[in-house]
Design a protein around this ligand. Structure first.
Ligand code: BGC
Length: 417
């Protein structure tokens, strides 16, 4: 029985049981709207409904979540935020400062969150020492997805270094394939940029650049090299990339039109939803040159203060459910991520997830674990926006000067601090 059918059995059994007295409603804002993402989000909805509560889906389409955050701000300003919203990284602190987030300390204490979660994760989920958010998963951003059949047809070798990456791209191109499936949207451009930065700078300088915002690294010769690599890579992207959604790019690799995609492991949700098997139908490789490093992107649900007691109960049940092993398994197997509980049994996960968990733990011990800038984990949304602007302008101008871009990067970051 697979995770989904086990889940539907659990749900149909639940339908026979009396509903709890304290049934409430949870409205959940997220941007999990691709086919694969939706399957993952549905697992949470079912587990919440299973407890007698009703789920109000507040899904806002748009990869990377920019559109969802805009809508959330509008709702919050009008005094009507949802019960829970997918808010990540340092942004949680910004929402906490507004005084809008609910305290989850009791659920955390009763369910031993302090023992379950890595200390770096706990820090992000708390505001002023109180839990205000619950982590859902751990995504890895530095992945390269390849179609092995296309590689074989083109005589290309799965790359482990940037030089090998460009050599493979050249072979794919010569054989008539689209080398790299990419969607020209700012967050996707910066996802690629950040993977190149991790490869060229290494984890220490990556941290200095995007967490410490160190000007000397931002303007360094290595950063110029990152932009130069981005420019070279741009040459392997097709002319119709502008505005393409990330999951359409994944589909191009899946249907054999393209050879590779650089994307976080939510891309795997599309492969899984299509019934494809990791290790045979597709391969996940650490982005060339970043073996040993792990750019993490932790999805989390921050909870807003509610006045209705039943809805508050539903909100607490949602928070508790998210860290239970059952949800961690169902959700992450569909979402492409790994559980955020480090004690989770990984035996039923696929090869990519198992590798991701091993790499996460090794990177955490070696200093290779770094927060993703493109996915809102490294710096404020203002810094992230400044980087997006510089990177996307650079990406869209084939004649842009890498040297100038590094200067612009530092200046743009400086201006929003
Ligand atoms: C989120 C993922 C989501 C992806 C594509 C990322 O920023 O963390 O949960 O699947 O964007 O929308």
């Amino acid at each position: 029985m697979n995770a989904i059918s086990r889940l539907s059995t659990a749900v149909s059994l639940a339908a026979l049981m009396p509903l709890t007295a304290l049934a409430g409603e949870v409205e959940v804002l997220h941007w999990w709207t691709s086919g694969g993402e939706k399957r993952a989000a549905d697992t949470l909805q079912k587990l919440v409904e299973d407890q007698g509560h009703s789920w109000k889906d507040f899904a806002v389409a748009g990869g990377g979540g920019e559109a969802a955050m805009t809508v959330l701000k509008t709702r919050a300003v009008s005094g009507n935020p949802p019960a829970a919203a997918q808010i990540k990284g340092p942004d949680i602190q910004e929402w906490g400062e507004l005084g809008l987030l609910a305290d989850l300390n009791q659920v955390a204490e009763q369910n031993g969150w302090n023992e379950l979660l890595p200390p770096q994760v706990i820090e992000v989920m708390q505001f002023g020492g109180d839990y205000v958010a619950v982590p859902v998963n751990v995504h890895r951003v530095n992945w390269l997805w390849i179609n092995p059949e296309v590689f074989a047809k083109a005589g290309a070798t799965p790359p482990t270094t940037l030089d090998e990456f460009f050599a493979a791209a050249e072979k794919l191109k010569a054989a008539g394939f689209m080398p790299l499936a990419h969607g020209g949207q700012p967050w996707q451009d910066s996802t690629v940029f950040e993977d190149l930065a991790l490869a060229v700078l290494g984890p220490d300088d990556f941290h200095k650049a995007f967490v410490e915002l160190d000007e000397s690294v931002l303007t360094s010769a290595k950063m110029v090299e990152v932009f130069a690599a981005l420019q070279k890579l741009r040459g392997y992207v097709d002319a119709n990339a502008a505005g393409r959604d990330w999951n359409s790019a994944t589909a191009m690799v899946m249907n054999g039109k393209a050879g590779m995609q650089i994307m976080g492991d939510w891309a795997k949700s599309e492969w899984s939803a299509a019934g494809k098997v990791a290790g045979s139908d597709y391969e996940c490789l650490p982005f060339p040159g970043t073996q040993g490093s792990f750019a993490y992107n932790i999805d989390s649900l921050a909870m807003f203060k509610l006045s209705d007691a039943d809805n508050r109960k539903a909100q607490e049940d949602l928070a508790r459910t998210v860290l239970e092993p059952e949800f961690q398994q169902f959700f992450n197997q569909n979402k492409g991520s790994i559980p955020v509980r480090m004690d989770q049994d990984m035996s039923s996960f696929d090869a990519c997830a198992q590798k991701s968990m091993v790499d996460f733990k090794a990177a955490a011990a070696s200093g290779g674990l770094q927060p993703s800038l493109a996915h809102g984990m490294a710096a404020s949304s203002y810094v992230q926006g400044a980087v997006f602007d510089v990177v996307t302008n650079f990406f869209n101008d084939p004649k842009a000067d890498p040297q100038k871009a590094a200067q612009q990067l530092a200046a743009a970051i400086q201006a929003v601090q």
